[in-house]
Write a protein that binds this ligand. Structure first.
Ligand SMILES: *Cc1c(COP(=O)(O)O)cnc(C)c1O
Length: 396
């Protein structure tokens, strides 16, 4: 079995082509040109319906959605925003962009937020929380929502890479005040770039819509109470973070395929996880009770190995055709908190650091066949066997 190409994207559904051709013919690319039913507006209506949310706002990236969410919360300059120490650099960046201060909390071996540290840090004058469901791993959202609700602190869900994940049957992204998703190429829905935020809060979404660049009376093309808009007219900056119609035309047909992709991704992930977990040197953390994942990659911890052996494992797997990224062991990794040097007084997080130094990340595109999954898993298991055999002390 030859190894699959793990890095290329998948074809965009045929259904997108006619609409893109129409947009090219008419040049109708700006979301606010058409009087009604622009592709971006239709995407917002469809995405809100899919998620069971009242409102959706499509924007240029998930980072833009996070930034606008913070802005729409009207936080004072310098407000402390609690985020996990294991996330993508875009998250602390969105906090800095919104002129707030990122506060990092520890993340455990199972890639979930350390609740003791979360609770302790929450008490430190925190004005908002961003929960990153990193690679789809869902922290204990019951405990998090309970703590934040009791303290009256708004929760923004960074569900960039978690579209389709459920927590106790509820869709991830609908638990907090705002949920943000990405349509960048490595996520479940691929438009190259793009993002969307969802919320049930009419006033919050009205503010976000205006700031996203609905200048003058373009907000009339959004289905939100007029009263909320007129209150904010001309009082908010316009950051122009809109999505264009071509991107929406790429995204809309992919939403129809989402349920199947989620099923395929979960089946593939769980199959590979079962095989990997049979190695004594590999641990794929189990989901929390109540979590149903929607993965297009797999993360696992290497158990009881020295840094040099971990590096040798990654080298061997890559030489055999499967790229393994050990989050903490590649220079410049954007998910290693010590590389976020744009944060003032960057703290040390010993638990998160220990996890990042032996947590591996492997892409697992949902399209892979069983035979391809076996070929990928064989490479990983062979690599671990080889390097652990070498590492064994010689016996007489
Ligand atoms: C990809 C990603 C982002 C950023 O999304 P963009 O659309 O590229 O801005 C943020 N958070 C997480 C967890 C991500 O995986």
């Amino acid at each position: 079995m030859t190894l699959p190409d793990m890095h290329t994207a998948e074809p965009i559904p045929e259904a997108a082509r006619a609409e893109i051709e129409r947009l090219l013919q008419t040049g109708d690319l700006f979301r606010y040109t058409a009087a009604s039913d622009a592709p971006v507006a239709l995407l917002e209506a469809e995405f809100a319906a899919l998620m069971g949310s009242k409102y959706a706002l499509a924007v240029s990236s998930c980072s833009a959605a996070l930034f606008l969410s913070l802005k729409a919360l009207d936080l004072p300059r310098g407000a402390r925003v609690l985020i996990p120490g294991f996330t993508f650099a875009a998250v602390p960046s969105s906090v800095v962009h919104a002129e707030c201060t990122p506060v990092l909390c520890e993340v455990g071996d199972n890639y979930r937020i350390d609740l003791d540290d979360f609770e302790a840090k929450l008490a430190g004058d925190i004005k908002a929380v961003i929960i990153s469901h990193m690679r789809g791993h869902t922290s204990d959202m019951d405990a998090i929502m309970k703590l934040c609700t009791a303290a009256d602190i708004p929760v923004i869900e960074d569900a960039a890479h978690s579209l389709g994940t459920l927590w106790r049957g509820q869709k991830i992204g609908t638990l907090g005040k705002v949920g943000c998703f990405s349509f960048q190429s490595y996520k479940m829905v691929n438009a190259g770039e793009g993002g969307i935020l969802i919320t049930d809060d009419a006033d919050l979404v009205a503010r976000a819509i205006i700031m996203s660049g609905a200048y003058e009376h373009n907000w009339k093309k959004h289905p939100v109470l007029l009263e909320a808009f007129s209150r904010h007219q001309n009082k908010l900056p316009l950051y122009n973070l809109r999505l264009n119609n071509l991107s929406a035309a790429l995204i809309r047909p992919q939403l129809d395929a989402l349920a199947q992709r989620v099923r395929d991704g979960r089946r593939n992930h769980d199959y590979v996880a079962d095989r990997l977990n049979r190695s004594p040197f590999i641990d794929v953390p189990a989901p929390l009770e109540g979590e149903e994942r929607a993965p297009d990659s797999i993360q696992f911890n290497l158990v009881g190995l020295e840094d040099a052996t971990i590096a040798a494992f990654a080298r061997r797997a890559e030489a055999a055709g499967v790229k393994v990224q050990v989050f903490g062991q590649s220079a410049d990794n954007a998910r290693a908190f010590w590389n976020w040097q744009f944060i003032e007084d960057l703290p040390e997080l010993p638990r998160t650091r220990a996890m990042l130094m032996r947590a591996c990340d492997v892409r697992l595109p949902v399209r892979l066949s069983r035979a391809e999954l076996d070929a990928v898993t064989d490479v990983l298991l062979n690599a671990i066997e080889t390097v652990t055999a070498d590492a064994q002390p010689a016996v007489a």
